[in-house]
Design a protein around this ligand. Sequence first.
Ligand code: SF4
Ligand code: MG
Length: 320
Amino acid sequence: DDVLIEARDLTKLHHTAGGVVRAVDGIDLSIRRGETLGLVGESGCGKSTLGRTLIRLHEPDEGSIRYGERDIAHLNRKELRPLRGDLQMVFQDPFASLNPRRSIRQILTEPFSVHGIGTRKERRQIVDDLIEKVGLHSDFAERYPHEISGGQRQRIAIARAIALDPNVVVCDEPVSALDVSVQAQIINLMRRLQTSSGAAYLFISHDLSVIGYMADRIAVMYLGEIVEDAPKAALWKEPLHPYTQALFSAIAQPDPPSVPRRKRVPIEGDIPSAINPPSGCRFRSRCPFAMPICAEQKPALKEPAGRAGTRVSCHLVNSP
Ligand code: SF4
Ligand code: MG
């Protein structure tokens, strides 16, 4: 079984002044060894919460997370500690995620000292190697986060994430805060590191061209749920869910260039409140194809005929 991490019925609630938001609502998701699962959807749909809950930066309200032989969904802090090096995260804003008062060397040495790996001298060498692995000169070790550029900071954040050779890495919009000119370099670096490590990556982005470059498989999220999950090539060629079609037809320039031009599927209106989502299919208030059944029955996420490896939740596609 090649599945490294698998969530079942994963649910995470946010308690807000306006009510309870079902930020992640009953999601089934698995990522295989060596695979990058891209996660797309509009902001506020729950992508970040899903990523953080999957690697237990949050505790889920319901559901299970199988990692190796264990269900890690409800492990406590102490039980999670030995797994921290295995389950890592790269955040959108490297400045916020790196301690400004510590040198790059201190930042990158910490995971090794916490886990008691190597002697002082060995750690120096390990950190120098790590810095070079993310494309910087080992001289950077003596600098502080504010002394380097945004792209360099993100390289350091990546170095810290891969320090202990993690099995699962969640990347949450890792290039969105960077200059466009730097984005491609960082994406290239991440893809290279992912390929050579064999780790499972969950790569969150609202940018379909970035996802298209990084992902092997793509999951599309809408209001706390996954509406479609498919191998990249299949999704690119023929997205099945009306929401996916709308997302893809909104790309101004086809990228990769092989994407056929499609008839534009408009998304009408704003994303509805996640506190009181529509009954039945949550996309129905914006779906140009909505039918009476869409208000009455929630479409199941399942494999349509003739599309092995794809799951989609739409009454149009999966007629009962
Ligand atoms: Fe549209 Fe109905 Fe399909 Fe939902 S189930 S996406 S409302 S057609
Ligand atoms: Mg987010």
